[in-house]
Unconditional design. Structure first.
Length: 204
């Protein structure tokens, strides 16, 4: 017998965060919208000014909608054998950035934002999503106060870090790539040259 889960969140606590940390939280919210809910993506884009101004009603809606998505994904796949992997959108690139650039030099949400942009570049170059999606995502990421480019080392170091990621399966790097807003797919058959171009798209 399972009691229904209850999530309690005090959105006023978000007002204690530095602006940079708040933006990092928005990166994960943007991720949820891309992988699961195009209407949330549109709402987030339209509500960014209110969110960054810490409007109480906007923050409440943001938290409620994102918690619902996270709970739905996890409950569908408790053992992470399928759709739960979708939550790793952007993270294959992000973990490599964190490992090579250094934790603290770039915050997790900033790395995720860059990773989502790189993953969408990769998807567009492989014909998995429309090229326009990359521009839509970059506009929202930038408006949220998140970086769209960063100083990164050479591809060899980044690819080495990617290969060591815990999500690598059978020595093949697995990417979560958007097909359109609200849908993603797992791919492990991307060419190294395309991955390099994805890195170049977020490098200063």
């Amino acid at each position: 017998f399972h009691q229904p889960a209850v999530v309690v969140a005090d959105t006023l606590a978000l007002r204690t965060l530095p602006a940079r940390e708040l933006a990092c939280g928005l990166a994960e919210c943007i991720k949820h919208a891309v992988i699961r809910d195009p209407s949330l993506f549109a709402w987030t884009r339209a509500s960014l000014r209110a969110l960054l101004a810490l409007d109480a009603d906007a923050l409440t809606e943001l938290v409620a909608r994102n918690v619902a998505i996270k709970a739905a994904v996890v409950s569908e796949d408790e053992r992470e054998t399928g759709v739960r992997a979708h939550l790793n959108f952007g993270h294959t690139f992000a973990h490599a950035i964190e490992a090579v650039v250094g934790y603290g030099e770039i915050l997790h949400g900033e790395a995720v934002a860059l990773g989502m942009l790189a993953a969408t570049t990769l998807a567009a170059s492989a014909g998995i999503c429309a090229p326009e999606l990359r521009g839509e995502l970059e506009a929202v990421v930038a408006s949220a106060g998140l970086p769209v480019r960063a100083r990164l080392p050479d591809d060899a170091r980044l690819l080495e870090a990617m290969a060591l990621d815990k999500k690598v399966a059978g020595a093949r790097i697995r990417f979560v790539l958007p097909t359109r807003l609200g849908e993603v797919q797992l791919r492990d058959d991307l060419e190294p040259r395309a991955v390099g171009a994805a890195w170049a798209s977020i490098r200063v």
